[in-house]
Design a protein around this ligand. Structure first.
Ligand code: FAD
Length: 304
């Protein structure tokens, strides 16, 4: 792994650095580049604009690694408020939600996370939309896939995320190829024993693209990598997949022109929109992915 990436990912879990950055006069513009805002109404405003431009949305209420049940319950309630607002605004068919189980109490126990995720899935169904479970570091993969399997018994459209950097993922793709699966490279610092590095991650991504496109599920290819976007388009043609039987996903604030281009070409493009006050861990992972983002962030820190 690149030393700068390791350093930033280490900072993402460091409390002293978290406090320093959180209290620094960070320009609203920096956070706003990647995060819709702090309130539900901010998330709704951004969703409305994206939907009007022909894109779909998945919304993430920021927050991870909660340490008590009360905090997990607050996160559930934030999702319920969001789903009500999406429904009231008529946005639910184009906007789903992404949920991190660690924000719903996974570290306190799988049963609590399942119970909380079930509340979110039930509300999503009532509002005419669905849920995708984000994937976190590799120590949570088995637990997250177990919770997913339980949720799918009642809500079969619940989506999974698989990370091509994990050596196990090709097998997971084959088992989940009949359902909704978001394929990503993976954003956490992982040991070599479980994860590929560098170009191997891309090769694994392509193997998984093949497995998902030849399955009878709904693959969601989440990447900004121009080479992988080209390969997905080429493989979709090979396997005679029509637009709308799979989709592209990108993060809010990243490669917007490419998002618009794909949408103009008739592809389904879903933008992952995070919102809420707990933006630190999310922002640090985005910075670790791209040194240019780090320069942008550092410049804003010193100029305000
Ligand atoms: P990278 O390897 O980061 O970049 C490859 C190339 O893409 C770059 O060389 C550049 O040409 C281009 N590029 C990348 N970023 C930019 C940019 N900012 N501007 C211009 N060009 C750029 N990870 C998880 O671990 N769990 C999840 O649940 C999860 N959910 C995600 C959901 C969505 C919708 C997306 C898009 C990502 C998600 N991720 C998740 C993050 C993911 O794992 C990667 O860390 C992230 O997408 C970066 O990888 P990449 O495929 O975009 O390519």
């Amino acid at each position: 792994m690149h030393p700068l990436r390791s350093l930033i990912l280490a900072a993402a879990g460091n409390d002293a650095i978290r406090r320093l950055v959180a209290t620094a006069p960070v320009s609203r513009d920096v956070v706003r580049r990647f995060v819709a805002g702090e309130q539900t109404s901010d998330a709704i405003d951004v969703t409305r604009e994206l939907v009007a431009s022909g894109r779909s949305v998945t919304l993430d209420h920021l927050g991870e690694d909660v340490a008590d049940a009360e905090h997990a319950d607050q996160n559930v309630r934030a999702y319920l408020e969001l789903l009500d607002a999406l429904h009231a605004e008529g946005l639910a068919p184009k906007a789903e939600v992404s949920v991190k189980l660690s924000a719903l109490g996974q570290k306190l126990g799988e049963r609590l996370a399942l119970a909380n995720a079930s509340r979110v899935c039930a509300a999503a169904e009532q509002c005419g939309t669905t849920v995708t479970l984000d994937m976190e570091d590799h120590t949570t993969t088995d637990s997250t896939l177990r919770v997913l399997a339980e949720l799918r018994r009642s809500w079969p459209s619940t989506g999974a995320v698989l990370q091509s950097y994990l050596r196990r993922t090709f097998d997971d793709c084959k088992s989940l190829a009949g359902s909704r699966v978001r394929l990503v490279k993976g954003a956490y610092a992982e040991p070599d024993s479980v994860a590929f590095d560098g170009h191997e991650v891309d090769l694994s991504y392509v193997r998984c693209v093949n497995a998902l496109l030849t399955g009878d599920g709904y693959p969601m290819f989440a990447t900004h990598d121009p080479r992988l976007v080209r390969i997905v388009a080429e493989r979709a043609r090979w396997y005679d997949r029509k637009p709308g039987t799979y989709e592209y996903q990108m993060l809010f604030g990243v490669r917007q022109e490419e998002q618009r281009r794909l949408a103009r070409e008739g592809e389904t493009v879903r933008v992952y929109v995070p919102y809420g006050s707990q933006w630190y861990g999310y922002l640090m992972r985005r910075l670790a992915e791209r040194p240019a983002n780090t320069t942008f962030f550092a410049r804003a820190l010193v100029s305000h």
